[in-house]
Write a protein that binds this ligand. Sequence first.
Ligand code: TYC
Length: 124
Amino acid sequence: MNGPLVSVGSLPAVTRMARRQGEGDNGVGTGIVTKTRPKTKRPNLYRVLLLNDDYTPMEFVVHVLERFFNKGRDEATRIMLHVHQNGVGECGIYTYEVAETKVTQVMDFARKHQHPLQCVMEKK
Ligand code: TYC
């Protein structure tokens, strides 16, 4: 006799075949289980850095950090002072296109206000 013992609805063909009478699956059925591993790759990350100079006002740098790097006043001041004292400091870590956009925004903003502030990115 052909056909399934029980209704198997939309189960895959291999399962229906295994349910034929006399094949001894005790009504449990047989299927193929495949595990798929989502292939996620971590993106390359880039540090965006501010460089110190002798002319850009401290308050302007704090404003840049608040405006383009979403820092609060206290964190922005801490980073600005770090750059002032050490010559360079990290504003944030981003994927390539975001980092590139931040650098362009800061450089354009500094130029517009005639400050020599420099902003660069480096691969982590
Ligand atoms: N050194 C600057 C000053 O004394 C302040 C400053 C801080 C400039 C950080 C740039 O990225 C900078 N006015």
